[in-house]
Structures are given as C-alpha cells and as structure tokens.
Design a protein around this ligand. Structure first.
Ligand code: ASP
Length: 441
C-alpha cells in the first residue's frame, strides 16, 4: 500500500471516529483520548513538520540559487512567481465577492441572541512597513522565529555571494547539497508517521466541531465552500492548463499528499516540506524553482484565505444591512491581497486579516463572532486551496523556464517509492569505517 493511500485511510478513519466521538460526548473520551492522546500525537506530528521547515528552506534555497547560477534568471523566476501569486489571489477574491453578492448569504439574518463578545480588530500594516520588514536585522533571529520572507531574503543574498566567489564556493555548494539531501531524508522519516498524525489531528477536530455550530451560518458556509471549490477545481486548473498545457487531473493526483497535510494542519507553513516534496519528486519541478517558489508562496499567496475574506465581508455587510458599493468591494480586494503578502500561513491567521479588512470598509469587527465557530473547518479547506495555488504557480513558472521534467510528471509512480526508511547495510559499514579516528600518516 502506498504512503498516500495510508494517509488517506488515516484521514477517512479520523473523520469517522471524530464524528462518532462527537455524538457520544463522553467526558472520559473527550479528556483522555481526544484532548489527551489525539492531541498529543497530533501536536507532535505538527511540531515535527515545523521542525523541518527552516533547515529545509535554507539548504534547498541555497542549492536553488547556486543551481540557477545566473542572478538575472533568479530575478525573472522571482518576478514571475510574485506576479502570478498576486494575480491568482486577486482573481480568487474577485470571483468570491461575485458569488457572495449573487447568493447574498446573511440577508435577513437575525442578530438576536448572538453573543458578539470581545473580538478586537487589528490595524492593517502599511505596504511600506511590510516591504521594509523583509530585510532582517538578525538572520539567526529570523530563522529562530521562522520569519519566512526574511529567511528567503537572507539566504538568497548568501547564495548570490557564494556565486560571486566562484570556484572557492565549491565545497560550500557540496555541503549544502548534502544537507539538502539529508533534510529530505528527514522529511521521509517524518512522513512515515503521517497516517497516524493525520488520523489524530482530524479525529480531534471532528470530535470538537459539532454540527450545531454550522446551522446558524449555513448560508455563509455553503457560499464559502462553493467559492473555494470553484477556485480549486476550475480557476486554478484552467490557469494550469492555459499557462503550462499540463493535464490538471494528473496534477491533482500528484499534489494530493500536500493537500491532505494542509487540511489536517490548517497551516501552509507547516505543509512546506510536503508541498516541496510533492512538486519536486512527483510533479517534476526542478529544485531551482521549487526551493524559492514554495516557501515564498506559503507566505505571500493565500487564495483560499482571500476568498474567505471576500465571502465573510459580503456576509457581514448583509447581516448589518450595509451596502458596500463597488468602491467598498475594490477596497476589500486590495486589502486582502496586501494582507496575504504580509502574513504567514499559520492556522487562523485569516481571521486576523479579516479584522483588518472589516475595519477598512467600516464594518463592525465584532461580527466575526458569528463565523468564529465554523472557522476551524473553513481554515482547513482554505489552506488546501492556498497550497494548491502555490503548487500551481510553481509548476507554471517551472514549465515556462524549462525547469519541469515531463518524464516525472507523466510517471504516475514518481516519488512514491516505499523503500525510504531502509538502511543499506553496506552503507552503514562504510560510514562506521569513515567515522573512526584516523591516525595521521
Ligand atoms: N491557515 C491558513 C494557511 O496557513 C491561513 C488562514 O487562512 O488562516 O494558509
């Protein structure tokens, strides 16, 4: 059985067990099994994924920069990815607002008895400060706190410097190549635990999310999910076909493990190692593009989150009986695109961004309380859309740059080998030999 199949079984079993436990609602199960055991295993698994992100991005990106070898090409790849990320996010939210205006969720909503507690808003950062923050004052601090844009900036500068040094960087390049390979192996080890990790995360979420949370805001949920699916299955796949000519069905199959991880963790950032692995080993994107584009996309590209903001804004405008008008909608589009650049892909950040958007168009931030209950599940779905957008743009850019191996793309078995965790005894012996202290000759 392939690992993907096992992970999918883990996810399916998690949904079933979660729904059953939700109905049983026993204090013992909730405390010891769900919050206790499932919570612990799920947390360990997400932690293990996060543990890989920074070293993987650092070494794969250095290799990527050295692999491209030409600073101009690097600029071109970056520029294309950036433009496509902005474009897909803008399309996503524009379509979402269109759908939401058509369906008009929230009109006639009865606010009585709804507890609008204490949701406080967040000020939108200025565009200038978002860009200024890309340059770190302390690269170690940036790595320690996982500031992705700062890490990318620093690593690219180091990579360019290594290119400039030429021949004397050879050993450094080899060491980074080795470290990249090593980190990918560690990803393989963590992935082996994925079916259990995914099971626990999903079972916990579904136990905790009762169906009754969804009833009052069903119109919002249905509108949002339709808009997310439309973007995932139609817009992104049309873009992939139009810009790269590749078969979208094959693509969806290849990217599925990353989608399952995104769904289980609700974090684009934590999913970086899996998305990176899927696009390099299964889709066939060269490391020189993927090493930059995937972490970059996980940070600045959030199509699903933008869609949620569009739908939520229209929903709340209807609830409060406010007419936003064209100007209001355009503000929402601009704000959502900007907000997605400045914020990292971690669980729940979409809601924080929504407070900025609402503040900007003058809607009461407390309205968020209405959709808070359903946000976790919505977060899981929009994160799937977010990372699929990253993978689509990365693939389009790679195809355009001649950095996509179509033989890998067309091979359904690429990147699904199962012998990853085996240690070759001969290799083990050779290493033990090499590690012995050698008397100087
Ligand atoms: N969880 C999303 C992500 O990581 C962001 C969000 O919409 O809250 O991409």
């Amino acid at each position: 059985m392939s690992l993907t199949t096992k992970i999918m079984i883990g996810m399916g079993a998690g949904i079933v067990v979660g729904l059953i436990f939700n109905q049983i609602d026993s204090a013992f199960i909730n405390t010891h099994i769900v919050a206790g055991l499932f919570g612990m295993v799920g947390k360990m698994f997400v932690n293990a994924l996060k543990m890989l992100v920074v070293p993987l991005v650092v070494f794969s990106l250095i290799c990527g920069v050295l692999g491209i070898g030409d600073i101009r090409i690097l600029g071109r790849v970056g520029g294309k990815a950036f433009a496509l990320y902005l474009m897909t996010t803008a399309i996503a939210i524009a379509v979402a607002i269109g759908i939401a205006v058509l369906i008009a969720p929230g009109s006639g909503f009865n606010m009585e008895g709804v507890d609008v507690g204490s949701v406080s808003g967040k000020e939108a950062p200025s565009v200038w400060s978002v860009f200024a923050a890309i340059v770190p004052t302390n690269p170690i601090a940036a790595m320690a706190s996982g500031e992705m844009l700062q890490i990318i900036f620093y690593v690219i500068v180091v990579g360019i410097a290594a290119l400039m040094l030429g021949e004397s960087s050879k050993k450094f390049a080899e060491a980074c190549e080795y470290m990249n390979e090593l980190m990918m192996k560690v990803v393989g080890i963590v992935m082996a635990a994925a079916p259990y990790g995914v099971f626990c995360l999903i079972a916990k979420t579904f136990t905790e999310q009762g169906i009754e949370l969804f009833v009052p805001v069903l119109a919002y949920v249905l509108t949002l999910v339709s808009a997310l699916f439309l973007h995932l299955f139609v817009t992104l796949m049309l873009l992939l076909k139009a810009f790269s000519g590749l078969n979208p069905l094959t693509f969806m199959k290849k990217i599925r493990p990353a989608q399952i991880f995104a769904f289980s963790t609700a974090s684009s950032n934590a999913t970086i190692p899996v998305t990176y692995r899927c696009v390099t080993e299964r889709v066939g994107v060269n490391n020189s593009v993927a090493s930059f584009s995937i972490p970059f996309g996980a940070t600045i590209n959030m199509d699903g989150t933008a869609i949620m903001q569009g739908v939520a804004t229209v929903f709340l405008a209807n609830v409060y009986g406010v007419d936003l008008g064209l100007g209001g909608y355009l503000t929402v589009i601009g704000m959502a695109v900007l907000a997605s650049i400045g914020t990292a892909g971690v669980p729940g950040v979409g809601l924080v961004m929504l407070t900025m958007v609402l503040g900007q168009v003058g809607l009461p931030v407390e309205g968020i309380a209405l959709i808070l209950g359903v946000d976790r599940l919505m977060d899981m779905i929009r994160t799937v859309v977010n990372i699929t957008g990253d993978a689509v743009v990365t693939t389009i850019v790679a195809k355009g740059e001649g950095q996509l191996d179509t033989a890998v793309y067309d091979n359904p078995d690429a990147g699904t080998t199962e012998d990853e965790l085996e240690i070759d005894p001969a290799a083990e012996e050779a290493l033990a030999e090499a590690a012995k202290p050698h008397p100087h000759a």
